[in-house]
Design a protein around this ligand. Structure first.
Ligand code: GAL
Length: 337
């Protein structure tokens, strides 16, 4: 009996040790606390109190194909993530969508301190009945907004619409240091992307703040030491390309020319931008590039390329992704040899 108990204890301890991560390993399988590869693709992160919440496209094999799923993970240290279940399970959100090939992509959640609501934006797309030539067209080109009174959901869809009345595909999220919230969206007809401020309750996209006249998607913005840095990728679908960066002293611009943020031949180390995480610690501020390394033949197995960037004085550069760790209290990170 004693031996059995000891064995059980040992197993529990070693399981715990295996499950605990002390690093972020870009491009590798990233197990959550249950040991499953994290399903939060094209994701977004917010911090509330001492918890980070990571929302993203849940593409686990075996999901009911009548629905689209958004996952919610939480973490205290950005390295160990607990799956909190499906934050949203969405059925076809609009009756004009022609078939069951519609998509929900790049979900992003904002927390509104005034209304105490969590507000999710997502890219909704698909072919339109009687209009689209291809059944897999991305012609709907809109966003969905869903709300929940808990971070982990369940989120309920409120509406779908086109932000500022415009075609919108990839979306990004930006929350400035003063708490103001913005939706970034790519707009094909005008070959560019918008940074647009959300209304006070975050339920609508209220005001165009900037229009950047370059066909870029996967838009992400970070505010660091008085400068805004905007990053985007070219429109090459799931295939990676050299993502680019520009800066401005005000979100409204003027924005500098877009330049490479990594050696162009690496195609952003085979990844596409989705967001930046700014970790402000007691000793340092670290800005982390969050990118997706998509695997279109098995989207659930797409990997995450997270890496602290070299940033400052108008330069933002992504070093070669290698295993690293971070202390979110001090804000300091280090490479792991
Ligand atoms: C990419 C986009 C992804 C997804 C994909 C579909 O350009 O960034 O979010 O929409 O195209 O081909």
């Amino acid at each position: 009996m004693k031996t059995l108990l000891l064995t059980l204890c040992f197993c529990a301890i070693s399981f715990y040790t295996i499950a605990q991560q002390n690093s972020i390993r870009p491009g590798e399988v990233w197990p959550d606390a249950d040991g499953n590869h994290i399903q939060a693709h094209g994701g977004g992160i917010i911090k509330l109190g001492n918890l980070y919440y990571w929302y993203g496209e849940e593409r686990r094999p075996g999901l009911d194909t009548n629905f689209r799923y958004v996952s919610c993970y939480s973490s205290k240290d950005l390295m160990n993530w607990k799956f909190n279940g499906d934050a949203m399970v969405l059925s076809k959100p609009d009756s004009t969508l022609a078939n069951n090939r519609w998509v929900l992509e790049r979900p992003k959640v904002f927390y509104n301190a005034k209304t105490k609501q969590y507000v999710m934006y997502m890219h909704i797309d698909g072919a339109i009945k009687g209009v689209s030539k291809s059944p897999s067209a991305y012609d709907f080109a809109g966003v969905g907004v869903a709300v929940s009174d808990k971070a982990t959901g369940p989120f309920k869809l409120v509406k779908t619409f086109r932000p500022l009345g415009k075609e919108s595909r990839d979306i990004g999220q930006f929350i400035d240091d003063d708490g103001s919230a913005y939706l970034i969206f790519e707009c094909r007809p005008v070959k560019g992307f918008y940074i647009a401020q959300l209304s006070d309750d975050f339920l609508s996209v209220e005001k165009e703040v900037a229009f950047i006249n370059l066909p870029l998607e996967g838009g992400a913005v970070v505010h660091y030491k008085g400068l805004y840095y905007a990053v985007g990728s070219k429109l090459t679908g799931w295939s990676p390309n050299p993502n680019k960066v520009a800066t401005a002293t005000s979100l409204a611009g003027p924005w500098t020319e877009f330049v490479n943020m990594a050696p162009p031949e690496t195609n952003t180390y085979n990844s596409q931008s989705t967001m930046f995480i700014k970790v402000v610690g007691s000793k340092d501020t670290t800005v982390i590039y969050m990118g997706d390394r998509w695997k279109p033949s098995a989207l659930h197995d797409s990997r995450y390329i997270w890496m602290p960037v070299e940033i400052g004085a108008g330069k933002l550069w992504l070093p070669e992704p290698k295993p690293w760790s971070i202390n979110v209290k001090t804000g300091k990170w280090k490479k792991i040899e």
